[in-house]
Design a protein around this ligand. Structure first.
Ligand code: TRP
Ligand code: ZN
Length: 860
């Protein structure tokens, strides 16, 4: 190992070092006596040797105290076991034994929100990836599958709902202690990361679903008291997901009950624990008064994602954590397909492409770059990344493109036939796809082992009646080591003058270089990577006239949007709005503003100003000022000439019906884009338009649109509207989060006072990750002008924040640091400032999570 790892805690693990477990645990019985500070967990495990060896039983353990150990009924003396450095080693030989371990844990002190913790008075658990060891010593790895029976003992008055995975099998009250014990059994063998239990006082929304084979499943959503009216959309989404998975993949739910518990304190979106999902309340609770269309979409897609895990993740799970994309890439792909079917497929693709280009490409070019199947990990929590999830989904999507809808389905069927009940690898998945289709995917599978974003250079020539598009793939600076990847290119050939389609097809590039040849007498141009058919960067210099032609004529709306983004990037790189690219962009945008007959959903996207990150993607060395300038100059020039038209259209639009459906969502998002453009024209009149939109908004979506637009008009209006919102929605944490997000996005030095003000409000609990992400996460991600200010103030702000947060919640801190990791892509002054922060952090005591990121950033 080349790293200078200082403590054993920060030791890396390698994929190549996988060995099967030395012991298996076919059954697990837990008895948990809940107490805020001294919860006692008694684990009775059937443990058997796996293979022939003389190793001691070594369990992963991060409990407060190991109180007692028994083997086959006999207590161990203190010299027969060692508990140190996260391992409990038992030095007594056996082939198969009943191992009983009693340990103690402290849920109240658990601020990391991993293991058993208290969320606003309710007990809940989070075990993925390696949190179970904080509840009880165990072989805490995904290839040890066990059947769990769990008894929870608690005061039923205080905790009327006592839940665990599977089926309720017993419940009784002990009249001496007054405590109730509730027993659950999960008949499906599962890895420890899917274990969950909950105890709390909730409101319960109940419904049923009859599966395709006629079984009735009870659906239960548990929310905080008083939130019942906010859970209908989640329930509808769950039923749609169940129905969709039956229709699309023939996959049926397998237990009698499906439970979802919404909690306020949660590190991520949600968790797919078998039969007992635990959700960040942000992805459950919604009504039109308090949630935006984006929130509705988030609820629907996260509910679907966790539900789909029941097959892709739970019934077939991962052999080891390096294989995480086996379940996550596949499940993201499935939830993307679902969202496309429920809503607008083009909008879905645009949003996936945005995530890939702004976040995943940056990660892949930075110090934490890793293949979708990583080779080396220090802290597993750091690998729940856009690479494993979203690039992983793109890799599955390319397989889908190569095999076709029915070929892909055949592969899925074979995958489940072969591996139901097993813990398997990404290679097993690819083999199922290959075997079911009689196709060699060995070259394709390089996508699993090679990191970085392929750069595709495109060159077009015409000789006689043959039009040739030449492709060549590489990654800058990696020429020798780079292996050619299989890259499906969906394309359309257009007549350069009329914009008429000449041909449409799929070209598959399999070598470093390849050629697509088209016989035609016409003067043509190709539209490439329709539907974002591969997660690659495209290097192609097209004349502005071709760009314009594609924006106006491509059949694929994704590509029309995409070309417009290319144009924005060209303008940012030119660094001025009145160059040739700038003038073309302004004209295109004016056309789109005036073309009311365009599809409103697409028009709204075309009129959205690209984020800082998406323009930054075009630069080798990010020019902060040029990007910021482009993002205000262009819209100002567009509105200069169109403000009357925009005002008229807004006035004509009138109120949109509140229901959440594609038509209404499109209207509202168009309205948001138009309002935002309008905010670039100055004048008191615009302010009064925004105020009246806010005041008359029938739903949260429109209120937020007005607020976002008001950010461009100085701080007085924003602050005023935010205060108004706070008054109307006091004590509603999810609305408070929106206030924080908007405040933290304000571009002006006042933003620091604004953040201080909102952080001092009663609703702001700094131990709640949603609050931290909404206020400070928005500042670092959505306020590039202030975060990257040359004074260094933004970076120092993040430094202090990281130090605070890391001490309590390492997972959260490790996510907040991401924008600093790309420091090498900035100019000299900013590099020095950002690197200074990293260096100072590296000399303090850090969690494993931050340690891994800070040190890899500085190693480059
Ligand atoms: N497996 C979960 C999902 O993708 C996410 C997850 C992983 C998670 N680790 C977590 C959620 C830690 C909360 C906390 O759906
Ligand atoms: Zn997932």
């Amino acid at each position: 190992m080349t790293d200078s790892v200082s403590t054993t805690a920060n030791q890396a693990k390698y994929r190549a070092d996988y060995t099967p477990p030395a012991f298996l645990i076919p059954t697990t019985n837990l008895e948990v006596k809940l107490d805020p500070e001294q919860t006692q967990v008694k684990a009775s495990l059937v443990v058997e040797k796996n293979g022939v060896h003389n190793n001691s039983l070594e369990l992963d353990a991060e409990v407060e105290k190991v109180v007692q150990i028994e083997i086959d009924g006999e207590g161990l003396s203190p010299d027969e076991f060692v508990y140190e450095n996260g391992k409990l080693t038992i030095n007594r030989a056996f082939e198969k034994a009943q191992v009983v371990i009693v340990s103690e844990i402290n849920p109240k002190a658990n601020t990391a929100l991993e293991g058993l913790y208290l969320s606003a008075g309710a007990y809940c658990t989070q075990c993925e990836a390696e949190g179970f060891r904080r509840i009880s010593p165990f072989l805490d790895r995904p290839d040890v599958l066990s059947i769990y029976t769990v008894t929870i003992i608690a005061d039923e008055e205080q905790y009327p709902h006592i839940l665990a995975n599977g089926n309720l099998i017993a419940k009784q009250k002990d009249h001496k202690t007054g405590l109730t014990s509730v027993t659950w059994n999960d008949p499906f063998p599962k890895p420890s990361y899917l274990f969950a239990m909950v105890a709390g006082n909730f409101d319960l929304l109940k419904d049923t679903y009859t599966t395709i084979s006629g079984r009735e499943v009870s659906l239960e959503i548990y929310v905080d008291k008083g939130n019942l009216h906010l859970s209908d959309h989640a329930m509808e989404s769950l039923k749609k997901s169940m129905q969709w998975d039956e229709a699309k993949y023939g996959l049926e739910y397998d237990l009698d009950t499906y439970m979802i518990v919404a909690v306020d304190f949660f590190n991520m979106g949600a968790m797919e624990n078998k039969g007992l999902n635990i959700f960040n309340s942000k992805y459950v609770l919604a009504d039109e008064k308090t949630a935006t269309d984006t929130d509705y979409h988030g609820v629907e897609s996260v509910i679907a994602h966790e539900y789909f895990h029941n097959w892709t993740g739970n019934r077939v799970t991962c052999r080891d954590w390096f294989q995480l994309s086996l379940k996550e890439g596949l499940t993201v792909f499935r939830d993307q397909q679902f969202s496309a079917d429920m809503g607008n497929p083009v909008l879905e693709r645009i949003s996936h492409a945005r995530v890939m280009r702004t976040m995943q490409f940056a990660e892949d070019a930075g110090p934490m770059s890793h293949p979708i199947r990583p080779d080396k990990v220090i802290e597993m929590n750091n690998f729940y990344t856009v690479t494993v999830y979203d690039k992983g989904a793109e890799v599955i999507r390319m397989m889908h493109s190569l095999l076709g809808e029915s070929g892909f389905r055949k592969g899925m069927d074979l995958y489940f036939k072969r591996h139901d009940g097993q813990a398997v690898t990404c290679d097993d998945f690819v083999s199922a796809m290959a075997d079911a289709n009689n196709k060699d995917l060995s070259k394709f599978s390089r996508w699993y082992s090679q990191s970085g974003t392929p750069e595709l250079t495109i060159q077009e020539t015409k000789t006689g009646s043959v039009y040739t598009v030449e492709f060549s793939q590489r990654i800058y600076g990696r020429d020798d080591a780079y292996k050619a990847l299989t890259i499906p290119v969906k394309y359309e050939v257009l007549n350069k003058h009329t914009g008429q389609q000449v041909e449409r097809g799929v070209f598959v590039l399999e070598e470093h270089k390849g050629k697509l040849e088209i016989k035609t007498d016409q003067d043509v141009v190709t539209v490439l990577f329709e539907d974002f058919s591969s997660p690659v960067k495209v290097k192609r210099s097209l004349p502005l006239s071709d760009i314009k032609l594609i924006i106006n004529n491509a059949s694929d709306a994704f590509c029309r949007w995409d070309m417009l983004q290319t144009l924005w990037q060209m303008v940012a790189k030119e660094g001025k709005a009145d160059g040739e690219a700038g003038r073309t962009l302004v004209n295109c945008l004016i056309d789109i503003v005036l073309k009311q007959e365009l599809d409103p959903a697409i028009r709204a996207e075309l009129l959205t100003i690209p984020s800082f990150q998406s323009l930054a993607e075009a630069f080798d060395e990010i020019n902060v000022d040029a990007i910021l300038k482009t993002r205000t100059l262009i819209p100002s020039l567009v509105t200069e000439q169109t403000q009357q038209a925009i005002r008229n259209e807004l006035a004509e639009m009138g109120p949109v019906n509140n229901d959440y459906n594609k038509e209404n969502v499109a209207q509202r998002s168009l309205k948001a884009s138009l309002l935002n453009l309008l905010s670039f024209s100055d004048g008191e009149e615009v302010k009064s338009i925004l105020r009246s939109v806010y005041d008359n908004a029938p739903n949260m979506t429109e209120r937020v649109s007005a607020l976002n637009a008001s950010l461009n008009l100085g701080d007085a209006l924003v602050q005023d509207l935010l205060n108004q919102m706070h008054k109307s929605f006091s004590q509603q944490p999810l609305v408070f989060d929106k206030i924080c997000q908007i405040a933290a996005s304000y571009n002006g030095d006042e933003v620091y006072q604004m953040m201080e003000y909102w952080a001092s409000q009663e609703e702001f609990d700094p131990s709640n990750p949603n609050r931290i992400r909404s206020l400070y996460g928005a500042f670092v991600m959505r306020n590039p002008a202030q975060f990257h200010a040359l004074s260094g103030k933004g970076y120092l702000f993040l430094e202090r924040l990281l130090t605070d947060v890391d001490a309590k919640n390492p997972q959260l801190a490790a996510r907040l640091i991401d924008p600093l990791l790309s420091y090498q892509r900035y100019d000299e002054q900013r590099v020095a400032l950002m690197k200074g922060v990293l260096l100072r952090l590296s000399s303090t005591e850090l969690s494993k999570d931050l340690y891994e990121k800070v040190h890899s950033a500085l190693a480059n």
